[in-house]
Design a protein around this ligand. Structure first.
Ligand code: NAP
Length: 301
């Protein structure tokens, strides 16, 4: 098959040798004009318009909202999200790190150190705390599976009813938030999830709770979060994603004592594991089958 690799951000020199090793009989290039399969992430302007004859568009990232907003995307061609085990593992590690930072009050000890202050906070057991995961998809269920053995209670929110071992699952957001000490956002960005963490919803989280946003910036209304932090209702927020990226140097979040910032680095695509998933999808197309993780255009993810 003719395969196009096209991205302004993901380096072709890193991906092409790995792809060619797993798909030795396919012609894979960055120049293909009429591909059977297009592997893309933020492709150069004008690329999407040329993919109308493709059998599959394979995205290199998990979130697809920017792609879906592009009028050049041919909507009759199946679009697969990349569900990459390496990236999923990285996200789980990030969620565990921030949850434990909140649970063990490490962010408070770091603040105390700046003032040479020696003060011990009360200790809690993991079973005293509930982690609420917004978005029980590939990333949310993987994070839950690692939080449970540590002893945390885990509640999850999804659009459709769901059964996940050990997790209390809800389609009602209020129930999840009112049970949660720490809220982890792992939702796709859609018209329904934009601004989901706002003044009213943040107020439902238990007092002194934490917010971990590893999904997309617009899931949280920034000024409502700052107000909840200033009021002491939310103790700390770990933010990886922002309305505007890179986060502008004059944004108040940079200097807010209740905020820990990472530069959209919670989980990066890991080519060494991702290529295996891409190769499986290409083989499915070759056999005339549907690959998994196709985007539902109506739902927006
Ligand atoms: P996924 O497998 O598609 O799962 C999405 C979950 O969100 C599903 O459980 C879905 O419910 C739920 N959901 C969607 N709309 C909802 C709504 N309106 N109300 C309630 N629940 C809703 O997605 P994923 O692979 O876990 O990835 C999630 C997001 O993480 C991506 O879209 C991306 O934006 C972000 N991400 C960020 C980074 C980073 O480095 N910061 C890295 C990777 C991904 P159903 O189960 O009912 O469908």
């Amino acid at each position: 098959m003719k395969i196009l690799f096209s991205s302004r951000i993901e380096p072709a020199e890193r991906w092409l040798p790995l792809l060619r090793e797993l798909l030795p009989n396919d012609a894979i290039s960055t120049e293909e004009e009429n591909p059977d399969v297009a592997i893309i992430a933020a492709p150069p302007k004008g690329t999407l318009e040329k993919l109308g004859n493709a059998k599959l568009i394979q995205h290199l990232w998990m979130g697809v909202e920017a792609l879906l907003a592009d009028p050049g995307l041919p909507r009759h061609v199946p679009l697969a999200r990349l569900v990459d085990p390496g990236m999923t593992a990285a996200m789980t590690e990030t969620v565990l790190a921030h949850t434990l930072d909140w649970h063990r009050r490490l962010y408070r000890y770091r603040a105390q150190q700046k003032e040479a202050k020696w003060h011990r906070f009360r200790q809690y057991m993991a079973s005293d705390h509930t982690v609420g995961i917004l978005g029980m998809g590939a990333l949310g269920t993987a994070a839950a599976a690692r939080l449970l053995p540590l002893g945390f209670n885990v509640v999850g929110w999804s659009r459709r009813p769901k059964k996940v071992d050990g997790v209390q699952c809800f389609t009602d957001l209020s129930s999840v938030l009112s049970m949660s000490d720490v809220v982890v956002c792992l939702l796709p960005l859609t018209p329904d999830t934009r601004g989901v963490l706002n003044k009213e919803s943040l107020a439902k989280i238990k007092k002194g709770g934490g917010i971990i946003n590893c999904a997309r910036g617009p899931h949280i209304v920034r000024d409502d979060l700052i107000a909840a932090l200033d009021a002491g209702h939310i103790a700390h927020a770990w933010l990886d994603v922002f309305d505007k990226e890179p986060l502008p140097a004059d944004d108040p979040l940079w200097r807010h004592p209740g905020v820990s910032i990472t530069p959209h680095a919670a989980a990066l695509t890991e080519p060494r594991t991702a290529v295996k998933e891409i190769a499986k999808n290409v083989e499915a197309i070759r056999r005339g089958e549907k690959p998994p993780h196709l985007v539902d255009f109506a739902a927006g993810y």
